[in-house]
Ligand binder design. Structure first.
Ligand code: ATP
Ligand code: MG
Length: 307
């Protein structure tokens, strides 16, 4: 009898899917011997991410290495399985691709699209805030990616700057799909920030797709002002501010009326009254400011103080 826990049985029964539309990595059962491992790209809560290259095709990827022991300790196999299932099925220029996965006795390896530009969060910390062009380009990319995901009945629920990566052209990629689905409450107590969560989520109420629209409002504010709108000393105060929708626009830095208008239409307590993703894409501030190619690479050196 196969005594392995259900998850590992699942892993064996579901070998990595072919990575369409990039045919450079063929359909096969991957192993660590197929990759040259390069520099570490980062460290997550459950493992590390390395730059890697598939030896035959020379295709560069990011290899996320997760220790099985960690996953079992926190009983996270369902979330991980879900992340992998969801992300494997998504194909959008602004959603980080998961090409496949494999495992050995102690580790699970996720073969991910390499985001050369790293975390959007780092860019934001470096420049403190983005220009209106950059902010609008990122919000438009996010709205397009989320419209695609919602169309596939996927709600991200954990969109925040740490989960947004940039490719070599400065194009935004949403990462960490599905990871949050069952671990929302755990995550909140584990690592803190309520800042990006909609009122119905901080209250643990029923919620739908429009939680992601709220988060776009929070991000748009943070991109332009450099801090999230409901930031406070304690979680309890952030909770109160979110519940009251205690939103204010400081006079400095100067932000356009159109941008504030968009933010105000997203940070709405009644989830049914939030601006739809389609309407975000049609909003005058987005239309006038967003780069249609979704690339901010040429904008990286622009001065965020001069819009
Ligand atoms: P978790 O996803 O486990 O909740 P996390 O988001 O903190 O945790 P990881 O997703 O493991 O961590 O990633 C750790 C770091 O590695 C990221 O913060 C990022 O800097 C880098 N990284 C992750 N994936 C990629 C990628 N595909 N391309 C480039 N860098 C990446
Ligand atoms: Mg991550």
């Amino acid at each position: 009898m196969d005594r392995r826990p259900g998850f590992w049985k699942f892993m064996s029964a579901h070998p990595p899917r072919p990575p369409e539309p990039a045919p450079r990595i063929s359909t096969k059962q991957w192993s660590i011997d197929d990759f040259e491992i390069g520099k570490p790209l980062g460290k997550g809560k459950f493992g590390r991410v390395y730059l890697a290259r598939e030896i035959k095709s020379k295709y560069v990827v990011a290899l996320k290495v997760i220790f099985k022991q960690q996953i079992e300790k926190y009983r996270l196999h369902h979330q991980l399985r879900r992340e992998m299932e969801i992300q494997t099925d998504l194909r959008h220029p602004n959603v980080l691709r998961l090409f496949g996965w494999f495992h050995d006795a102690t580790r699970i390896f996720l073969i991910l699209e390499y985001a050369h530009g790293g975390e959007l969060y780092k860019e934001l910390s470096k420049s403190h805030r983005f220009s209106e062009r950059q902010a609008a380009t990122y919000i438009a990319s996010l709205a397009q990616a989320l419209a695609y995901c919602h169309g596939k009945h996927v709600i991200h629920r954990d969109i925040k700057p740490e989960n947004l990566l940039l490719d070599h052209e400065g194009r935004l990629k949403i990462a960490d799909f599905g990871w949050s689905v069952q671990s929302e409450s755990k995550r909140r107590t584990m690592c803190g920030t309520l800042d990006y969560l909609a009122p119905e989520m901080v209250e643990n109420k029923e919620h739908d797709y429009s939680v992601d629209n709220w988060t776009l409002g929070v991000l748009c504010y943070e991109f332009l002002y450099g801090v999230p709108p409901f930031e406070a000393e304690s979680q309890r105060d952030t909770f109160r501010r979110i519940m009251k929708v205690d939103l204010s626009f400081p006079s400095k830095p100067a932000v356009s009326t159109e941008a504030k208008n968009l933010i105000s239409q997203l940070l709405v307590k009644d989830s049914s009254k939030r601006l739809s993703l389609q309407k975000i894409m049609e909003h005058p501030w987005i239309v006038q400011n967003a780069d249609p190619m979704g690339s901010c690479s040429k904008l990286h050196n622009t001065n965020p103080f001069s819009n």
